[in-house]
Design a protein around this ligand. Sequence first.
Ligand code: PEP
Ligand code: MN
Length: 347
Amino acid sequence: MVVVMAPEATAKNVDAIVGLVRGAGGDAFVSRGVSRTIVGLVGDIEQFHALNLHTMSGVLDVVRISVPYKLISRENHPDRSVVWVGGVPVGPGTLTVIAGPCAVETPCQALRAARMAKAAGAALLRGGAYKPRTSPYAFQGLGERGLQILAEARAETGLPVVTEVVDAKDVDLVASYADMLQIGTRNMQNFALLQAAGSLGKPVLLKRGMNATIEEWLMAAEYIAQRGNLDIVLCERGIRTFETATRNTLDISAVPLAQRLSHLPVIVDPSHSGGHRELVLPLSRAAIAVGADGIIVDVHPNPETALCDGAQALVDGDIRELASLVQHIPPVIGRTLTPAPEPLPVA
Ligand code: PEP
Ligand code: MN
């Protein structure tokens, strides 16, 4: 932390800061420039906050140098992390594809979507059993029955399951079926949910709030980490802007920025950001090229009848192209596609 003194600050003002900081157990180093004096503080930043230095005479500004998140920051952990999901890695060096239906609707629909996901090169299966819908009249998901269907699809395809939890009270139930818990854009700052997910031993996919800054997103991840769970994958899924031609605006620069600030893997959701089928493959290419550690893509065997987000679901005719791009682009930037695990043999 650095205290910037006003041009008219006196030596006494500077001494008062130094005395206060040293009295609080920290240290302070004064640097006198031609027109400005700054005081660099070393020690426990939270304790310095309590000193209210910005209210002291002669202080122009108090600037935080280290980032406010600690456990997930690259300052504390320079190497980028790999998060394992049911034996599947997500992180540097690989490109992990997660695909599946937006919502689980029927056993047949979910299974067909899971087969499409596998054919597209996915190593993980997505699908919502609890759907956080804007309208209370829209399909809210099948609940526990949906989780059972996902478990059946995992048994057939071998793909570990990523599924959303929307309420802290459901965390244990969802974790009993899922390999990874998703926290969606609308719940990114549901702190009780973040803490509940942080207390579990299951990896968490944390989507960026549609109105959240990168720092707010990383602070939300810190809530999970603070409870002892560092198996967190960040997902950029588009943010709200003035543009209405897309559902959300994919913030592609958030990917390298989040990767520079945090050691956690960062993936991209080209489906919920673009909101239109024809944008999903171009946005997937962009996400891989920018260095995302994975993509999460909606697929549906019959999107005209989908109960949720049919307009953005890839169809059978798109699968070959998705499979080709996730095979061919990663090697160009030094990554390899994460293979799908084999299904366990039926006893
Ligand atoms: C989803 O992935 O199904 C979903 C609801 O995404 P988001 O939270 O990004 O809208
Ligand atoms: Mn959706």
